[in-house]
Write a protein of this length. Structure first.
Length: 132
């Protein structure tokens, strides 16, 4: 956790096993371990701040809400949700819940990359292909 915090400029909360304001792929992430009532770690929450915020709301439980989102947004969200215990998108953040503890947050980089791709799609940004 210390190495990831140092490499991303994050603030590390050792006792809470949490990182705040980690800079990954040009985005800002928080990573937090969830604990049960007895204090045992149960999972990991990864949150990406959306700045600027989205101008619309989407809800995974209501596919029709994606009609305001750019094409392809729902497919990316479904793919991300399939690999997580939960996915919540609001105008200010994208948050996933992962089952189990994350021993090394470095392992979350690919998942963070998927979140960044979804955020870019929701904003209407296009990923340039090999031919311009």
């Amino acid at each position: 956790w210390q190495s990831f915090a140092a490499s991303t400029g994050a603030h590390l909360s050792v006792g809470g096993m949490a990182l705040f304001s980690a800079s990954v792929d040009g985005a800002v992430f928080d990573v937090a371990t969830r604990f049960d009532e007895g204090g045992a770690p149960t999972g990991t929450t990864v949150t990406m701040e959306l700045d600027p915020p989205l101008a619309f709301r989407v809800d995974m439980a209501h596919p029709e809400t994606f009609s305001a989102a750019p094409p392809g947004s729902r497919d990316l969200a479904k793919a991300l949700r399939a690999s997580a215990a939960d996915l919540v998108i609001d105008p200010y953040s994208i948050r996933i819940q992962l089952a189990g503890v994350t021993p090394d947050p470095e392992d979350l980089r690919p998942k963070m990359g998927e979140i960044v791709m979804l955020a870019r799609r929701l904003r209407g940004e296009r990923t340039p292909g090999p031919y311009r």
